[in-house]
Design a protein around this ligand. Structure first.
Ligand code: UDP
Length: 237
């Protein structure tokens, strides 16, 4: 069956790898995600992944506790590399070819980020995992996802979360909260809906990259999203 998308960028937050733990990496959860990625890759779709680091270290939090912000952010970026390598290991164990590229050079453990090389890997249906964020402090991995998606010409960003889309009110508090099927970038920015940070949304808007927000904890959802099923909320023009 034909997939709806040809090249996608999946944004996995650090928390997505944490499962129900309060810190770190739950290897069972990573294994599950890897299995779903493998299923999608088998359809011939090209996938790049930007992985966060919030399950290990968050620059902002350390900075508000007194640490120099830039230093804290560099630590945060290095944390994302731990997640990237963990994901790589899990994917390769089930036969998915991967490459990790980092925005901060760590030649002993990963390739440096080279745009044209990343695209070449994708064309060979290798999963390219981008680590170390954008390489710049004061940014987030959501913004990195928007940046890399634009650079590699991804058709869509899959923003995997723990809720099944964007609601008009917090669904955990308001039982009658309604899920939007689609939303405009302008609406997300104006209403300050916390899908991704505003820098990331603005970058997607400028480059016309739609964002599909969906629940990663439902088994098979990455595949459903790739096939174009109407899950989650699609943010676009
Ligand atoms: N970070 C950064 N620049 C980037 C990306 C990330 O400085 O381009 C740092 C920042 O400190 C952030 C941490 O890395 O708190 C982890 O990334 P993020 O919070 O975006 O991860 P997620 O929320 O997706 O788990």
């Amino acid at each position: 069956m034909r997939t709806h998308y040809r090249r996608i960028l999946l944004k996995l937050s650090g928390e997505a790898l944490m499962g129900n733990m309060s810190y770190g990496i739950d290897s069972e959860v990573v294994k599950k995600i890897a299995g779903e990625v493998a299923e999608v890759i088998a359809t011939g779709v090209q996938m790049a992944i930007v992985v966060g680091g919030g399950n290990i270290f968050r620059g902002m939090k350390a900075a508000s506790a007194g640490m120099d912000r830039a230093t804290a952010d560099y630590i945060g970026m290095i944390a994302t590399v731990m997640n990237a390598l963990t994901l790589q290991e899990s994917l390769e164990r089930i036969g998915v070819q991967t490459r990790v590229q980092t925005a901060i050079a760590m030649q002993e453990v990963a390739e440096p980020y080279i745009r044209r090389r990343a695209i070449r890997h994708l064309e060979k249906t290798r999963v390219v995992i981008f680590g170390a964020g954008s390489g710049n402090p004061f940014f987030t991995t959501d913004t990195t996802a928007a940046l890399r998606a634009a650079e590699i010409d991804a058709e869509v960003i899959f923003k995997a979360t723990k809720v099944d889309g964007i609601y008009d009110a917090d669904p955990e508090i308001y039982k009658d909260a309604k899920r939007y099927q689609s939303l405009t970038y302008a609406h997300v920015l104006a209403q300050d809906l916390r899908v991704m940070d505003s820098t990331a949304i603005a970058l997607c808007k400028e480059n016309n990259i739609p964002i599909l927000v969906f629940d990663l904890t439902v088994h098979g959802n990455i595949h459903r999203a790739v096939m174009g099923e109407a899950i989650g909320t699609l943010v676009g023009g």
